[in-house]
Design a protein around this ligand. Structure first.
Ligand SMILES: Nc1nc2c(ncn2[C@@H]2O[C@H](COP(=O)(O)OP(=O)(O)OP(=O)(O)O)[C@@H](O)[C@H]2O)c(=O)[nH]1
Ligand SMILES: [Mg+2]
Length: 431
């Protein structure tokens, strides 16, 4: 067991606690196979690092502790306006005015999803300004997540950049929002691009909003959820219309991890970490759909779908055809069965609908064919895990599946196997 203890030591304490729980609930045979696999890794191997990464990211989802989100930025950018949109109780409303320096002290309230803090402008000068900046930075320091807000009209100058760098130095997860976009007429893209460039960010890392407008709330909430998976659980419970979109994030991330895991030249598809990743995914989906389930039951559920067998059979069939490297086949299949599993459990949790073996089989084939097609650009040589994960994530993102379950629903209804997601034809020699 020393090897597992060594592995667990690499994790942050709260993650370690969760992983220990999961480890303890595994049957002895799984434990044995995981120990065998981990023992085979050289010290500091990328696989171990990947598992550590997997554990930290995936297990965060099931901790579900209370979170604090602080809105920080220069004076008068609209922080209190956004805060008012996010909070639950009207009586907690912050004062809003066109005069810079309206908010003088931190104010905290419940958003229903997380606790939210409005802060004074953190860029003012002079004694009062310093005091206010200190307040804002204190709030940022104690928050779990930062919404860093700038003004589209004021743009990013030296003082904004300085503030941004001070906030980044806190090493908190964050999003950047550019407010008052309603005042920008035609040059929207230009304004976003310029602000992003000044902040040394990519334009798609800047979220344009108009805090005055209620729609900003869903943009901001969604962006927080994407940046911070541990909030997903709380969000799914509170906002049913977001459920599939949130579920999709969990599915896509588990699926790309499974693809990376399946790159290893070890027995694929029954591989312990694959099952662990899938179990945690099922557990996260259960949380999103408010379905009571524990880890042992999640694992049982995975077995009843029999996707491991479907994957192995497909692997055997496709490898006989030749021409496709083994790593590519196993990665595409591992990724597909994880998506199919995610969709199947969502159907069960959400609509009490159970897919048949035939339907599961068909979906797996279609998705594998789609992924093989998308992955073939990687060439014959095995890519590194990061490249593979990114390629899978992009392919899944472009599949049309993230928006709603419609494409998958339509696939289930199709009796014709040749219909392929996103109208991509399967490479004929592969299926
Ligand atoms: N046009 C437009 N005005 C906005 C928007 N959001 C906020 N404002 C206005 O901007 C001004 C400042 O808004 P606040 O929410 O008080 O800004 P703040 O960042 O909290 O300001 P301080 O507390 O002074 O730091 C007010 O007049 C708001 O009505 C927006 O999306 N569009
Ligand atoms: Mg304010």
């Amino acid at each position: 067991m020393a090897i597992i203890d060594d592995f667990l030591k690499k994790l942050p304490p709260d993650t370690r606690k969760n992983l220990e729980l999961i480890w303890n609930s595994l049957p002895a045979s799984d434990k044995q196979s995981i120990i065998k696999i981990i023992s085979a890794f050289p010290k500091n191997s990328t696989q171990v690092n990947m598992l550590v990464d997997l554990a930290t990211r995936q297990y965060k989802v099931i901790t579900g502790s209370k979170h604090t989100v602080a809105i920080v930025g220069p004076a008068n950018v609209g922080k209190s306006t956004l805060y008012n949109q996010l909070i639950h109780e009207k009586e907690d409303k912050a004062h809003v005015s066109p005069v810079p320096g309206t908010t003088r002290v931190n104010q905290q309230a419940d958003s229903g999803l997380f606790s939210i803090v409005d802060t004074p402008g953190a860029d003012a000068v002079g004694y009062v300004g310093e005091e206010e900046k200190k307040q804002a930075m204190d709030a940022a320091r104690s928050a779990d997540f930062l919404v860093i807000m700038f003004d589209a009209i004021q743009g990013i100058k030296q003082s904004e950049l300085q503030l941004f760098n001070d906030l980044l130095a806190l090493s908190k997860p964050y999003i950047v929002v550019l407010n008052k976009m309603d005042l920008v007429k035609k040059e929207e893209q230009l304004v976003i691009a310029k602000s992003a460039a000044n902040l040394r960010l990519d334009p798609n890392q800047v979220i344009p909003i108009a805090a005055k407008d209620g729609k900003a709330v869903s943009d901001v909430v969604m962006a927080i959820a994407i940046a911070e998976p541990s909030l997903i659980t709380a969000l799914g419970r509170t906002l049913p219309e977001f459920r599939w979109k949130l579920a999709w994030r969990t599915i896509a991330s588990a699926s790309s991890l499974c693809a990376a895991i399946a790159l290893t030249p070890l027995p694929v598809l029954d591989f312990g970490p694959l099952v662990i990743t899938q179990s945690v995914m099922v557990l996260s989906l259960a949380r999103i759909y408010d379905y009571k389930i524990n880890l042992a039951r999640a694992r049982e559920l995975i077995l009843t779908f029999g996707l491991g067998l479907i994957g192995r059979t497909l692997f055997a069939q496709l490898s006989k055809l030749g021409g496709v490297p083994g790593w590519l086949l196993s990665s595409a299949i591992a990724s597909s069965i994880t998506v199919v599993l995610g969709y199947a459990v969502v159907l069960m949790f959400d609509r009490n609908r159970r897919l048949t073996k035939d339907e599961l089989n068909r979906l797996t084939k279609t998705l594998t064919s789609y992924l093989l097609d998308r992955l073939k650009n990687l060439g014959k040589r095995k890519p590194n895990q990061k490249t593979l994960q990114e390629t899978i994530l992009q392919a899944l993102e472009e599949s049309g599946m993230p928006g709603s379950t419609e494409i998958l629903d339509a696939q289930v209804l199709q009796s014709n196997q040749e219909i392929v997601i996103d109208e991509q034809q399967p490479p004929e020699d592969w299926l």
